[in-house]
Write a protein that binds this ligand. Sequence first.
Ligand SMILES: Cc1cc2nc3c(=O)[nH]c(=O)nc-3n(C[C@H](O)[C@H](O)[C@H](O)COP(=O)(O)OP(=O)(O)OC[C@H]3O[C@@H](n4cnc5c(N)ncnc54)[C@H](O)[C@@H]3O)c2cc1C
Length: 307
Amino acid sequence: MEIDVVIVGAGPSGLRASARLAQNGVAVIVLYQGLIGGELKSVPWIEDSEIAPNGMTGLELSEKLADAATQAGVKFHVVEVHGVEAYADCATVLLADEAFLTARAVILATGTKPVQMDSVNLSAYEGAGHIACVSCDAIFYENSPVLVSGGGYGGAGDALHLARYASKVFVVEKSSQLNCGATRMQAIVAHPKIEVLLNTQVTSAGGFNGLDSVVVQGDDGLERALQATGISIQIGRQANNNHVRGALDLDPDGFIKTDGNGITSAPNLFAIGDARSGSNRTILDALVDADKCAALVASALDKELSA
Ligand SMILES: Cc1cc2nc3c(=O)[nH]c(=O)nc-3n(C[C@H](O)[C@H](O)[C@H](O)COP(=O)(O)OP(=O)(O)OC[C@H]3O[C@@H](n4cnc5c(N)ncnc54)[C@H](O)[C@@H]3O)c2cc1C
């Protein structure tokens, strides 16, 4: 099959853009790592009435978007993209196995990854305390104490979901308040299993056969060891940008600069969703970006083919 457009990333932005393009007769392949749906796996419940009037889980939305793309004829391939190159009339993605793929356009929908904590060596607790995907793994912490580092939207969502299973959930936030909106804040504060520690940071984690304790330090300098067999880190997100460095203009935080419609500083390379500079990093933003960019690319290809 001749490929017109390569999309890198199978989160909501990549899935939606792929479906929209394929519905317009464009041949599309989506390259991605991990699970289809990207960070939707981390969203326990979607409350946005524009996306899901009755609410739905992130995994349900992911299935819906993937079904629409598959039915429209989109192809999927699991591979890590290592680089991109732009040319006057096409763009190329360089793949992990040193192969490459050239198409008329490449859309980067590569999202973000969590900021890691210098104080915790998470690799020591992979599969034994580090909760990388709360929606997938919360059930393994039934009746156990766990800790969430970060009191923003991500941390609050994780804490509420974990509290359905865990015996106790500590939420450790370095500032003087939770930053997760009024509704989630009320739910957290009122929850009998959740204890919030403000002005506090994680300083180390311990345990030989898996995590069993986390040491936190308050602004007053006092340290405290908390019993916790699981830890979720939600202290911020950074762009997934290793594969685009040098090829595209990035903002000072490493997100890809665009004109708002997905057009980047390089020809035939587009960027949408959380990877884009200025995105609000919500599912709705990802879907809106995808619709705008797909319309632009489909119309450009259509003009070219009929010229
Ligand atoms: C814990 C948590 C809770 C959230 N809760 C909400 C919420 O309640 N409501 C809301 O609106 N939003 C929420 N969000 C944000 C929402 O999930 C994101 O805004 C959305 O998923 C962004 O979609 P995206 O397509 O841009 O990127 P992502 O979903 O991050 O997908 C990126 C894709 O790119 C792939 N990729 C990256 N680099 C490469 C590479 N080099 N090669 C190949 N593939 C690559 C990844 O594997 C993935 O498939 C939450 C996020 C988190 C982390």
